[in-house]
Design a protein around this ligand. Structure first.
Ligand code: MN
Length: 196
């Protein structure tokens, strides 16, 4: 199993407060998602979906949107351990991803047409291979149906688009203005000052 090898390779243990690379053993309840706002060398949002005991992860430079007309680039990055969904704090400068991390949104997700958790995970696996994921989020800020679609043609394999589907949760309001942690209600500034 090469799971989380890349996560481990990018980080020096003991130098960062981030969770250790570990595949989650417990696979129960609803599948989870998290969006972390990350003020690293470039500000971005990390969008992560639980599947197979890890968090499948994309860096979204412009962040998620509830407007179906907006298609934001989402660059697939290394799998993260499931426990990363609770990580909020400061990665020390000089380390990979050095900067402030906020748990901007969290919740659960389902896959349309999948009735069970394991069916949903299978659909995610197939979707990753195919280059198209469909899922329904139940978060505190993000809700409703979304698609992740891999770019075709000459684009790198890691480049996807995150797109809100038209439904009752679609909105032209800028959801990024809700700018406090859903874990601690802190602002980025407060997290930065509070350390990890
Ligand atoms: Mn990041």
């Amino acid at each position: 199993m090469r799971l989380l090898q890349n996560y481990k390779a990018k980080r020096k243990s003991g130098k960062t407060p981030e969770p250790q690379a570990k595949i989650a053993a417990s696979r129960r309840g609803q599948l989870r998602f998290v969006v972390q706002k990350h003020d690293a060398s470039h500000l971005h949002y990390d969008f992560r979906l639980e599947a197979d005991g890890v968090l499948k992860s994309w860096a979204v430079p412009k962040g998620p949107s509830l407007n179906p007309e907006i298609k934001h680039l989402a660059v697939m990055v290394e799998d993260h351990p499931l426990s990363y969904r609770k990580f909020e704090g400061v990665i020390p400068e000089g380390n990979y991803g050095g900067g402030t991390v906020m748990v901007w949104d969290e919740g659960t997700y389902t896959v349309p047409s999948a009735e069970t958790r394991s069916e949903a995970e299978l659909m995610i696996k197939k979707g990753l291979a195919k280059g198209h994921l469909e899922f329904q989020l139940t978060g505190k800020k993000l809700n409703g149906a979304f698609d992740l679609v891999r770019l075709k043609g000459d684009s790198p394999k890691s480049e996807w688009l995150l797109i809100k589907r038209k439904d009752a949760f679609a909105s032209k309001k800028d959801v990024l203005k809700q700018d406090r942690s859903v874990l601690s209600e802190r602002s980025m500034q407060e997290i930065a000052e509070g350390g990890s």
